[in-house]
Design a protein around this ligand. Structure first.
Ligand code: FE2
Length: 275
């Protein structure tokens, strides 16, 4: 965490990321949260879902074949209470899970995972996974979204007809465990966030994620994943001007519920296509 560096505005944050750190930008494409651009395509609001709802631990965009290696958050204004951005060390979670549910971890490691989501054309701000397919994939028409999905190895179907038509997309098989250059294994995925949180009028969370062979995830094992993550949780209350710099391959992040007008901005950097 960077603290006491006289950063006041979103522009200060953008300058830090772009010029002081010199990080290549990662455009926010493929994610499921509704966000608003604040400085160019470099700085965004974080997930705009309702403040009373926690956002569970996840690696940013690990549910897609393209994800950022680095992730930065900037606190423009802390909330009146709560609103931390808890983090955890994902190799620690991997090690602990490997010792308590080895078969579950081995299966995920061997077969990978697939994610599936139903989305509307336009954004639905009331839902934490309400980003529409236009915004998710940066396209305007059905033909364009189909082209992008085909290029990235997704399967899809259209549900319903006409203007109310919805898109159900299923990702290609993606890794559930990332192995770093030094051999460290990280529990790099969105499993718990999806399994516990991808719920809205069109999505049932426990059907939104599956093992690579299409089987649903074991309920008991997933409960243990949640418990292990809580044991590894570290949360530092935000102060105005703080920057949190995260290695997205090795650390998961989340958001605690809050009151007040908290505003935390995000910037994604260093694209990777290694899934
Ligand atoms: Fe996130």
């Amino acid at each position: 965490m960077l603290r006491s560096f006289a950063l006041k505005t979103a522009q200060d944050f953008a300058t830090l990321v772009e010029y002081s750190l010199g990080l290549p930008n990662f455009p926010y494409v493929g994610g499921n949260a509704v966000r608003t651009a604040v400085v160019g395509d470099r700085v965004f609001t974080t997930n705009e879902s309702p403040p009373e709802k926690p956002i569970p631990f996840h690696h940013e965009l690990a549910q897609t074949p393209r994800f950022p290696r680095r992730l930065l958050f900037f606190c423009e204004r802390p909330g009146d209470s709560g609103g931390e951005t808890p983090v955890l060390y994902s190799p620690g979670v991997y090690e602990e899970l490997k010792s308590i549910v080895p078969e579950f971890v081995d299966k995920l490691e061997k077969e990978g995972v697939r994610y599936s989501r139903v989305m509307t054309k336009e954004d639905r701000a009331h839902s934490a996974i309400g980003r529409g397919w236009k915004g998710t994939f940066g396209v305007k028409t059905k033909e364009e979204v189909e082209r992008v999905l085909r290029e990235r190895g997704y399967e899809w179907e259209w549900v319903g007809e006409g203007e109310d038509c919805r898109l159900r997309e299923t990702s290609p098989v993606l890794k559930a465990v990332y192995v770093g250059k030094d051999g460290r294994k990280s529990f790099f995925n969105q499993l718990f966030a999806v399994w516990g949180g991808w719920r809205d009028e069109f999505n049932e969370p426990q059907k939104c994620v599956m093992a690579g062979d299409g089987s649903l995830l074991d309920t008991k094992a997933m409960e243990l994943v949640g418990e292990v993550m809580q044991r590894h949780r570290v949360a530092v209350p935000w102060q105005q001007g703080d920057v949190l710099y995260i290695d997205n391959m090795m650390a998961q992040h989340s958001r605690a519920p809050f009151t007040g007008r908290r505003r935390v901005l995000a910037s994604l950097a260093c694209e990777s296509l290694e899934q």
